[in-house]
Design a protein around this ligand. Structure first.
Ligand code: ARG
Length: 404
């Protein structure tokens, strides 16, 4: 069905500029270019200019930085979300927010269709479209990468040149970048060989550990109910707090990850990430939980971390199972308030202190000195019963002539 008006998630780059032109040509209807500022370095005046000159009916730029950190990044950190043991989900967290705001723009401008520039082989197409479906099921979805006949980059460049879309003359970076206030991600191109070390000049948020200062730096992060609120005693808004931590961790080379991950569509892909401030928050948050969280609550929650991370990675941010999980996570965080002290040095960061008014740590109980709460004799029966079935098994095995 032919759309009447389309809102395109537009970055100002070559690909989405080509998409913009292609949509105008193919559907012969107005196209609104929507840009989300989630903290990527961008000359927004130039992007606006480029959008209009490529033929956009309207260019809408929304500053979503605070919302991104407050409503997406912090809730993920609160749950200690890590995908496959390494990825803090910086791209996966941005997509549902971009799609949500894009829907709002579609409603404001009376559009009946939304389009995105994600390819047909990645995770992002799923994340965008699941969000569209969850929040605005009536909208038509257009995914040009899955529709057009262009077969490779050459076809795209030829199309751009034919339509006067400026193709950057500077040699294109030999990998693809996705950046926001939480992370920068690199994949594709020369990174497709998983044995090949990334070039040093690729990294944008962190210095290499070799170039980091020879002196360690200390830092304090405070949390309230699992949410970061202050750095070195200074209360900051979510985006400002994360930006400050990015700067500090970045100059010590903290937060680089290089991994091969499983995409939702079934492809293994090599990704390189830098998440400097996020890495500090992740470490500090866990340390505060160690001090304040009940053991069984923690172990139960820990069992859900891979599932929570998977939901984010797969694009199910807006789903009933995510709502249920978030309610549970919030419940676990009621005592996770306090301050953690970190030490940063040459690419590494580690916890060196923690304190909390909600601490469950009793020095009197942990001490090797005599105490009144804990009677060491109680441990004897405790261990005996824990070991009972192990003993029974060993005895039976022995009787049957088997090995222990
Ligand atoms: N692999 C990451 C994910 O699926 C990042 C994808 C986007 N990164 C990029 N450089 N284009 O969430």
């Amino acid at each position: 069905m032919k759309p009447k008006k389309i809102v395109l998630a537009y970055s100002g780059g070559l690909d989405t500029s080509i998409i913009l032109k292609w949509l105008l040509e193919k559907y012969q209807c107005p196209v609104v270019a929507f840009c989300a500022d989630i903290g990527q370095e961008e000359d927004w005046d130039a992007v606006r200019e480029k959008g209009f000159s490529t033929g956009a009916t309207e260019v809408v730029i929304r500053d979503l930085k605070e919302e991104f950190v407050k409503d997406f990044v912090f809730p993920a950190l609160k749950a200690n979300a890590v995908y496959e043991g390494g990825y803090l989900l910086g791209t996966a967290l941005a997509r549902p927010l971009i799609a949500k705001e894009q829907i709002r723009v579609a409603q404001e401008f009376g559009a009946d269709a939304v389009a995105h520039g994600a390819t047909g082989k990645g995770n992002d197409q799923v994340r965008f479209e699941l969000t569209y479906m969850a929040l605005a099921p009536e909208l038509k979805i257009i995914a040009p990468w899955r529709e057009w006949e262009f077969r490779g980059r050459e076809d795209l460049i030829a199309f751009a040149e034919k339509h006067g879309i400026p193709v950057p003359v500077t040699k294109e970076k030999p990998y693809s970048i996705d950046a926001n206030l939480f992370h920068t991600s690199y994949e594709g191109g020369i990174l497709e060989d998983p044995w090949q070390e990334p070039p040093e000049d690729m990294f944008q948020m962190t210095v290499s550990p070799e170039k980091a200062p020879d002196k360690p730096e200390y830092l304090e992060v405070s949390f309230e109910e699992g949410v970061p609120v202050a750095v070195n005693g200074e209360t900051l808004s979510p985006a400002k707090l994360l930006a400050l931590l990015n700067e500090i961790a970045g100059r010590h080379g903290v937060g680089r990850v290089d991994m091969v991950e499983n995409r939702f569509v079934g492809i293994k892909s090599r990704g390189v990430y830098e998440t400097p401030g996020g890495t500090l928050l992740h470490l500090a948050h866990r340390a505060l939980e160690h001090l304040t969280m009940d053991r069984e609550v923690m172990h139960l929650r820990d069992s859900l971390i891979p599932r929570f991370a998977e939901l984010i990675y797969y694009g199910f941010w807006y789903s009933p199972e995510m709502e249920a999980m978030r309610a549970f996570i919030d419940e676990t965080q009621k005592n996770v308030s306090g301050t953690v002290r970190l030490k940063l040095y040459k690419g590494n960061a580690w916890v060196v202190g923690r304190k909390s008014p909600k601490s469950l740590y009793l020095k009197e109980l942990a001490t090797f000195e005599a105490d009144t709460l804990y009677d060491q004799k109680d441990a004897e029966g405790f261990i005996k019963l824990q070991g009972l079935r192990l003993k029974v098994r060993a005895l039976i095995n022995e009787k049957r002539g088997g090995s222990r």
